[in-house]
Design a protein around this ligand. Structure first.
Ligand code: CTP
Ligand code: CA
Length: 220
């Protein structure tokens, strides 16, 4: 409320958000994952809810709660299925999840004794959910990605914006204090197809979420 002055500018909008870090299990106790805690996804869901949107959050296991529809999944294949199922109704789709890029080539339903673990783990790619949404979206829908990067954040984010057919992308530095995984604060550069660039200095993830929705409102 602090950031919106009670603004209810998203009433009537369906917003589909993904959050958290997907997990690709090798067996019931081991997975390939990443340090995402889902705080950005929760903040986006909270901000959209405050502003009156109907929100669905598709998320990998995360801590915290938010009064919106939540579909909890574990891996990329399940996130893909949930996102595709929710896509037709959505006006805005914001993909803040950190999707593990690869999965172990096989899954064993019983715990492997450590002696049975291979020296070298065969991997397979997982589907690129955002890129697929980019091929399926309708002209009235807005598709927004995130790009967590080290070093130069703008150039790789612009490349992803084009390659995945996005309307906008939030580029995040993850190699700076007060930004990135597990932090309560974040900073970003928002980019859109028209070439606009807006730099958001370090702020809470909730404030960043509001700034992103303000930016999306003005994407042509
Ligand atoms: N993403 C996705 N499915 C994947 C990988 C990424 O939907 N399998 C989405 C992320 O949720 C994010 C955006 O794509 O919104 C960019 O993610 P990122 O990891 O930066 O891009 P990649 O295409 O995976 O490129 P790389 O990891 O090589 O930088
Ligand atoms: Ca990736």
């Amino acid at each position: 409320l602090l950031y919106t002055q009670g603004k209810r500018d998203l009433v009537g909008k369906q917003i589909l958000i993904s959050g958290g870090g997907t997990r690709e299990f090798l067996d019931p106790v081991r997975f390939i994952g990443n340090p995402s805690t889902g705080k950005m996804g929760l903040a986006l869901a909270q901000a959209a809810f405050y502003r009156g949107a109907s929100v669905t959050l598709v998320c990998a296991p995360l801590e915290g709660s938010v009064p919106v529809q939540i579909l909890e999944i574990a891996n990329a294949a399940q996130m893909r299925e949930a996102m595709l199922q929710c896509l037709p109704k959505a006006d805005w789709i914001v993909m803040s999840a950190a999707v593990a890029d690869v999965k172990p080539a096989s899954y064993t339903p019983h715990k492997l004794p450590k002696k049975a673990l291979p020296d070298c783990l065969p991997l397979e790619p997982v589907p690129d959910i955002l890129a697929e949404l980019g091929t399926k979206k309708h002209p009235h829908q807005r598709l927004i990605g995130f790009a967590a990067q080290t070093g130069d954040i703008v150039k790789p984010a612009l490349e992803k914006l084009q390659r995945k057919n996005l309307d906008a992308i939030a580029a995040n530095p993850i190699d700076r204090a007060g930004a990135g995984f597990a932090s309560n604060t974040n900073e970003a550069v928002f980019l859109d197809r028209a070439g606009r660039q807006q730099t958001i200095p370090s702020c809470t993830k909730l404030e960043l979420a509001h700034q992103l929705f303000d930016f999306i409102q003005t994407v042509k």
